[in-house]
Every structure is written in C-alpha cells, then in structure tokens.
Write a protein that binds this ligand. Structure first.
Ligand code: NAD
Length: 516
C-alpha cells in the first residue's frame, strides 16, 4: 500500500563512518583508496578502500601458509576457543554490523541483523564441532592390527564471496576452516568492502583476546585481500592454497573451477540458483502465499535461494495467482532501513539492466508481465528500486532457464505431477526447491530419488534461506559444493587412513605371500 520514499542522498556515508569507527576500523582503511564503496540505498559513495597489489597478495598468501604450519599444531578444542570469542564479538556488535550490512548490501534491517545472527550461529556450531572431528575405527582383516582414519588440517583456505551475503558466507567458511586447523585468506566482493573491513576488525579483536588468555595463534591466521577478480585469481592460482570456497555467479565458477582442477586443488563452488516451488492442489494457500511472497520478493530477489519459478496446479491457479498479484501490488518498496519496508534496492545499475533485459525477453516469448518497473528514480539517479515482477508464461523457455539476479517470478500452470517434476529439474541449476502440498505421496515423491534434483528440497516452506545446521549447496551448475553444517567440515580437512600392527608377524593384505 503506502510506499516509503528513499532517503536524502549523502545521508549514509557519515553513518557508515561512525559504524566503522565503533567496530574498530581505522579511518585510513576506507579513505583515499581506489576501491569505491557505495550504498545501493542512495547510490552514494561510502568509502575508498585500499586495494592490494598482485605482489603483496602473493606475499600475504605465503604468510598465511606459514601461519597454517603453526595453527595446525594447536589442539582443535583450543582453536574452538578462538571461534567462541569471535562469536562473542559478533554478539556484542550485532546491531552495528547488521546496520552496516543493510547500508552496504541494501538489505532490510531485520535481514541485515539476520545475516549477523547467522555468523553467530555458525560460530556456536563450530565451537561444538571443535571437540567432534571424529574419524572412524575400521575392522581390519589382519589379526593384531588396528585401522583407523584421522582428520588433519588441510592448509590455507581461500574464501571468495559475493555481494549479497557479504559477511555470512565468510563466517560459514572461516569458522569451520579455523577449527579444522587451517589459516584463511578472504577475497570479499569488491561491491561490499566496508562490511569486510568491519568483520576483519572483529576477528582481530577476538584474536587479541585469545592471545591475552594465553592462546597461541600466528598473526597471519586470517587475511583479507581487497580487490577485484584479478586478486581472486591470484588466490585461485596460488600453489599454497589447497582449497578455495568460491561463492558467486556460475560464470565465475566456470573460470575458477577448471583453474583449481588444473593444479588439483579442492573447490567448494556455491554458484547461481534457479529455484522453483510447486503449488499442488491440496496446498494450504494462506501458508503458500506467505512462503512464496517472502521467497520471491525478499532481499529484492537477490538471494542465491530466491524463488524464481513457480509451478501452480491448474485447479488452484485462478484462486492463487490473483492473490499473489495483490501481494505484489501491495508490497512496501523503499528505504530498507525504514520500518515496514519489505523490498529494498537492487545492488546497482547492471542488476537493473539485466532485469529489464530478462523481462523484455519474456514479453517477446509471449509472457504477461506484471510489475518490474523502476520506482523512485527521481532524486536518486544511482539507486535502483524496482517493483518485483510476476511473469505469467506458458512454457519454461528463454529467460526462465537462466538466473537473473533480481526479483522476477515466472509463473507456469501445470496439470500432471510427474510432468511438473520433470519440468522442475529441467534447468541447468540445482540449488533449492519446495513443494506446497498436503498430499503425503506428493511430498515424499518430491524428496525422493525421483523428485527434486537440488541440494535443498523443502515441503511447505519456501526455498529461500537456510539454517546453518544443514549442509548448504547445490548440484549441477550451482557447483556441487557444501558448506556450513552437517559434515561439511570434512572438505576443510585431509583424511589419512592409518594401519597399526601391534603383533610380531607381518601378514599382508589379501593373503599375499612375500617372504624374503
Ligand atoms: P560474482 O560472480 O560477480 O562475484 C563473486 C565473487 O567472485 C567476487 O568476489 C568476485 O570478485 C569474484 N570473482 C569473479 N570472477 C572471478 C575470477 N575469475 N576469479 C576469482 N574470483 C572471481 O557474483 P555476485 O554478483 O557478487 O553475486 C551474485 C551471484 O552469486 C549470483 O549468481 C548468486 O546466485 C550467487 N550466490 C550463490 C550462493 C550460493 O551459496 N550458491 C550464495 C550467494 C550468492
């Protein structure tokens, strides 16, 4: 209904400065540098961050390797203590960091805070995990032998992150890598350097407290490399980095994946999604409406798990889709820092252009486009607010099979359940998915081997957002990586199989005889 207008230009740089100072960042870190920080809320410049040069980046990674050689010797539960302190710093500074996330990424206030809560949660998870890095003991075929597996620290963990979760993605990787005994080197998105500076400062505080408690930790345990993709490429190509966790577009993963493979380094690739939901005949339509509205319009469509394709059964289409349109008409768009706003800005002009391109392709394919236009263009030329678009289209074709990182929901009518399962899986991406149904058979089939082919499959909740307790990631062009909860930690360690002979003879495996 009522739309809030955007705030005055140049109101946010001062606030960002105050937040950064309160979070312990020195002003010299974000003044005078070449990397320009902007707030998508007004488009204004909020900082000039110093970029690192190629030679300095190489040297910093070498130092991180030296730090790894020391850190791997610290017992895992003691490493957990450092992450516990990081969690404490994040708790104490949740308001300030959450607000800075909103200013820099344009998220509504509760989502900015939610991102920091996610960082706190993964720290808690990792602290517990630091006492649970279990390996198996394995039955051996030889008498007087024992066989087991041990999990050891791996090395420098490279982290490359995207703008849309500017700090949570770092924490998912950092908290696990640190308790696993690795040092970390982070190349944050060039679009969100201020939140990276703030996170670096909070980590430094935790490290100082850890040392004050008598903990042993090398200075170069955590390094942040500010710069663009060329700095990311240095991290990807560095021989002393055995693992890179890279979050961003599929285009980025297509470059990073083969480069890592070339030197046999491990990759955790967290790339684009094209997430879908099925609204079945028995769906609870009130619940479905809320689930779909949040998943499709929340974060202005800029989550990797944003709902982008909606398959609605023909028996409920004419009831559900008009209700959904009303939700699209009435959603409050505007300044994400104001109470009541649900949809904030797109990150930049390029995001707006790609949204408009996808919408014109949809129109050309015969779709009915509802919304999608720019709002509040006056007075904030560099801020890009849009009405989320709902696009009724008869076939899954053209822009529907690509990820456009903007709030566009393609709505397709379906008749047959098995056919819609096929359609659901017939896109190159495989991140997140949902079914809204009260039919047990449909729900179980959707979660089964013949159901959704995604890394995340939900029933009666939308595809967007995840808890840190589960492993997070997706299949196909989403990259196949898993991070965060469950046993995702194993990707950050190397596994050794150990056999110990405590007898006086030397039986060989498989009965082989070799007597010299
Ligand atoms: P992007 O691909 O433009 O950039 C992501 C990061 O990769 C940045 O830090 C960038 O500097 C770096 N990068 C780009 N090219 C590189 C290269 N050749 N070598 C090394 N580093 C390189 O993505 P973006 O616009 O910041 O983020 C949006 C995209 O991220 C969307 O596609 C979204 O779906 C995806 N994403 C995925 C997940 C997930 O977990 N699957 C989470 C968040 C975002």
């Amino acid at each position: 209904t009522t739309q809030t207008s955007t705030r005055a230009i140049n109101s946010l740089a001062g606030e960002a400065d105050a937040l950064l100072i309160s979070l312990g960042v020195k002003r010299s870190r974000y003044t005078g540098g070449k990397l320009i920080a902007r707030s998508p809320i007004t488009g204004e410049i909020t900082g000039h961050v110093n970029e690192i040069g190629a030679a300095d980046a190489q040297a910093a990674i070498d130092k991180a390797h030296a730090a790894f050689l020391e850190w791997r010797l610290v017992p895992a539960p003691k490493r957990g203590e450092l992450v516990r302190l990081l969690g404490e710093e994040l708790r104490a500074n949740k308001q300030a960091l959450g607000r800075l996330v909103s200013i820099e990424a344009g998220k509504i206030a509760s989502e900015g805070l939610g991102e920091v809560q996610e960082m706190i949660d993964i720290c808690d998870f990792a602290v517990g995990l630091s006492r649970q890095l279990y390996g198996l003991t394995i039955a051996t075929e030889r008498s007087d032998h024992r066989m087991m597996e041990s999990w050891h620290p791996l090395g420098v963990t490279g982290i490359i992150s995207a703008f849309n979760f500017p700090v949570a993605v770092w924490s998912w990787n950092a908290a696990l890598a640190l308790i696993c005994g690795n040092s970390i080197v982070w190349k944050p998105s060039e679009k969100t350097p201020l939140t990276a500076l703030a996170t670096e400062a909070l980590f430094d505080r935790a490290l100082a407290r850890f040392k004050a408690e008598g903990g042993k930790a090398p200075d170069a345990l955590s390094t942040v490399l500010f710069g663009g993709r060329e700095i990311g490429e240095i991290l990807v190509d560095h021989a002393k980095v055995p693992l890179v966790s890279a979050t961003g577009s599929t285009a980025m993963g297509r470059i990073v994946g083969p480069r890592l493979a070339k030197r046999f380094a491990r990759a955790i690739l967290e790339l684009g999604g094209n997430n879908a939901a099925i609204v079945a005949p028995t769906a609870d339509l009130d619940l479905t409406l809320r689930g779909v509205a949040f998943a499709a319009m929340g974060t202005a469509g800029q989550r990797c798990t944003t709902l982008r394709r909606l398959f609605v059964h023909e028996s409920v289409y004419d009831t559900f889709v008009p209700r959904l349109k009303r939700a699209y008409e009435s959603v409050t768009i505007g300044d994400p820092l104001k109470d009541g706003t649900l949809v904030g800005p797109l990150i930049d002009a390029a995001a707006f252009a790609s949204m408009q391109k996808a919408l014109s392709e949809a129109r050309a394919a015969g779709a009915k486009v509802f919304g999608g236009e720019r709002v509040f263009a006056d007075g904030a030329d560099e801020a890009y607010y849009v009405r989320p678009a709902l696009v009724e289209i008869s076939e899954q074709t053209g822009p529907v099979v690509h990820e456009t990182f903007a709030p566009i929901l393609y709505v397709i009518k379906y008749r047959d359940f098995n056919a819609v399962l096929d359609l659901h899986n017939a896109v190159p991406q495989g991140l997140s998915s949902s079914i809204f149904t009260n039919d047990l058979r449909e729900a179980e089939a959707f979660l089964s081997a013949r159901g959704s082919d995604c890394g995340i499959a939900n029933v009666n909740i939308g595809p967007s957002g995840a808890e840190i307790g589960g492993a997070f990631g997706g299949e196909k062009e989403t990259g196949g990586g898993r991070e965060s909860g469950s046993d995702a930690w194993k990707a950050y360690m190397r596994r050794a199989t150990n056999t110990i002979n405590f007898g006086r003879t030397l039986p060989l495996a498989q009965g082989v005889k070799f007597d010299v």
